[in-house]
Design a protein around this ligand. Structure first.
Ligand code: 6PG
Ligand code: NI
Length: 188
């Protein structure tokens, strides 16, 4: 892999990168047990294993000093009253941060620490979010019809710990309520 400086373009209006080293597609079945309304989940899955989100990665050696970049596209939709979301994860190297820049759409980033602190930050075009070390993060698309598109960059040696979140989920959920987007405690 060349170490010369390189550029790539974010191709608007969608904001997808002109260079993609790895394209990930996550479907409903990849988030089994993560949504509040298990009946609505199973009923949707019985009809179709629909696409929830995609990740377009620009890869580098997973070494300290390098950064991994990419575009995350969370599609609009709901399981019951709960908006489509990413799996969410801690970085395997807990003391590693991440920066997200929202390019398109509406959403929130749900975050928490192992000690139980929680934070939810709104995302809209032009918003830059700094996720400090030790904070797990999950992107949620709250748009009715538009994708939530973010550009992310994080230390290349971070890795991913999905297990912790798969076991107990996040402490907050993002639901569609009578007054709009609702952030509720996860009593699951
Ligand atoms: C990362 C980033 C980001 C994330 C995607 C998909 O650490 O790689 O946070 O690229 O992977 O937004 O979310 P999940 O990794 O939780 O499926
Ligand atoms: Ni991350």
């Amino acid at each position: 892999m060349t170490d010369f400086p390189f550029t790539f373009d974010l191709l608007f209006p969608q904001g997808l990168p002109s260079r993609v080293d790895n394209h990930i597609q996550r479907r409903l079945s990849a988030l089994r047990g993560q949504f509040l309304d298990q009946h609505a989940y199973q009923a949707m899955l019985d009809v179709e294993d629909c696409l929830l989100y995609e990740v377009y990665e620009i890869r580098r050696p997973e070494l300290p000093g390098e950064m991994l970049m990419g575009i995350s596209v969370v599609h609009p939709g709901k399981v019951g009253r709960e908006f489509f979301m990413t799996k969410g994860h801690y970085h395997a190297v807990l003391d590693t941060c991440e920066v997200y820049t929202c390019l398109k759409g509406e959403g929130v980033m749900v975050m928490e620490t192992p000690e139980g602190e929680t934070a939810v930050e709104k995302l809209s075009p032009g918003k830059v979010l700094y996720v400090p070390p030790r904070w797990a993060h999950r992107s949620v698309c709250t748009g009715r019809a538009e994708d939530l598109v973010t550009f992310f960059v994080y230390p290349a040696h971070s890795g991913h710990d999905y297990g912790t979140i798969e076991q107990r989920g996040f402490r907050k959920r993002v639901l569609d309520g009578p007054k709009g987007v609702e952030i509720v405690d996860n009593d699951g």
